[in-house]
Write a protein that binds this ligand. Structure first.
Ligand code: SAH
Length: 352
């Protein structure tokens, strides 16, 4: 059995043609999958019975099992999915006013080793396929009532999306296509630890997604401690690649900065960060540390956060604090992990 979500329009056209069916059937199948939220081929009532039969024999829509589904009081929902090889990932639906944003994973685990993040604690197992990434999006879409649509996608779940670039791009192509999920590239953000060659590739491909770069430190010495892959890369190369991306597509550049008490939140570090970013048109997205069980870091006090903020604002940097969502169910930034540990999930509303 193949995974239908691995098939783009062209591949599906080939399948339909090989069964002597008319090409307009492709659009019908995709509408059922992406807009009408069909759970099975049997529901696709405007298709000839024979085509429904061929689809059922050849394809699966769902390849994962929902191992856990938790819901927070702030409206955030998190799914833990497991694939047949045992690989597990988490993905999240966030509700904010009219926004219905989803945060999806790109790898089982993560190899980057950021010292404050839960996702990489056990290293990386494998890349997710494009169908597996898309399946997370559809599973989260199915949590919405039929009159609500997904509005934003962030590639900020487990894994480093630019370490799985081809599959991530194939997924986002489907997510942004008018006959896919129809979410404009302006509303899709790829968050990366900063891999210059992969950012250059996005520039070359004329990609139109928002790019968020996880900076976390104003100098290489500290960044290499917090984000170990930085030892081989260095901030200068990342900034150069990000600048070219911005110049080529004009999409807003965001730098993310997790604020760790006593580690990267001093006034001196705020000034150093301001001078690093001053000449750039960027948004600085500060994420006060979300606690991860077993890790020694602390969230800074409100007073030290506001001092940090003032220095950057006074220096003319556009700064935004990421609202903490879903922390009640460990669904906030950096809290996603592959193992469901009983007791880790305060509100469990269903499991299948
Ligand atoms: N691999 C991607 C996506 C990571 S998750 C990347 O590195 O950008 C999105 C953001 O959450 C990243 O900036 C990540 O560094 C940050 N993050 C990780 N752990 C965190 C934690 N415990 N608290 C707050 N933010 C965290």
């Amino acid at each position: 059995m193949k995974h239908i979500l691995e098939f783009d329009s062209q591949a599906l056209s080939d399948f339909v043609a090989s069964h002597d069916e008319k090409s307009f059937r492709v659009g019908q199948v995709r509408k059922w999958l992406f807009a009408d939220r069909a759970q099975s081929f049997g529901e696709m009532s405007n298709l000839p019975k024979s085509l429904r039969g061929h689809l059922t024999e050849s394809f699966q829509i769902w390849t994962s099992k929902v191992v856990n589904h938790s819901k927070s009081e702030d409206g955030t929902e998190k799914l833990l999915l497991q694939w047949p090889d045992g690989g597990q990932v988490e993905c999240v639906l966030l509700r904010d006013g009219d926004r219905r944003s989803i945060c999806v994973s790109s790898q089982v685990g993560c190899a980057m080793g950021c010292v404050f993040c839960a996702s990489g604690l056990d290293g990386v197992d494998r890349n997710l396929t494009s169908g597996e990434i898309l399946e997370q999006m559809l599973r989260l879409q199915h949590l919405l009532p039929s009159d609500e649509r997904l509005s934003h996608i962030v590639m900020m779940g487990m894994g480093e999306p630019l370490a799985n670039l081809n599959n991530v791009l194939a997924t986002l192509q489907q997510a942004s296509a008018a006959d896919g999920l129809g979410i404009s590239s302006r509303r899709i953000t790829i968050s990366t630890v900063g891999i210059p060659e992969a950012i250059d590739k996005l520039t070359e491909l004329n990609s139109r997604y928002n790019l968020a770069v996880s900076l976390h430190a104003p100098n290489d010495q500290l960044r290499s401690q917090l984000v170990p892959v930085n030892k081989k890369i260095g901030i200068a190369k990342i900034l150069a690649a990000a600048d070219s991306y911005f110049e080529s597509c004009g999409r807003r550049l965001t730098f993310e900065y997790v604020l760790l008490a006593g580690v990267n939140d001093t006034q001196e570090q705020a000034r150093e960060l301001a001078s690093l970013l001053r000449k750039r048109s960027v948004l600085l997205n500060v994420i006060p540390y979300n606690p991860v069980e077993g890790l020694p870091y602390r969230t800074p006090s409100a007073k030290s956060i506001s001092k940090f903020r003032k220095i950057l604002t006074d220096a003319g940097i556009t700064i935004q604090f990421r609202q903490r969502k879903g922390d009640q169910i460990n669904a906030a930034c950096g809290q996603l992990r592959r193992n469901f540990r009983p007791g880790n999930e305060p509100v469990q509303i269903s499991a299948s």
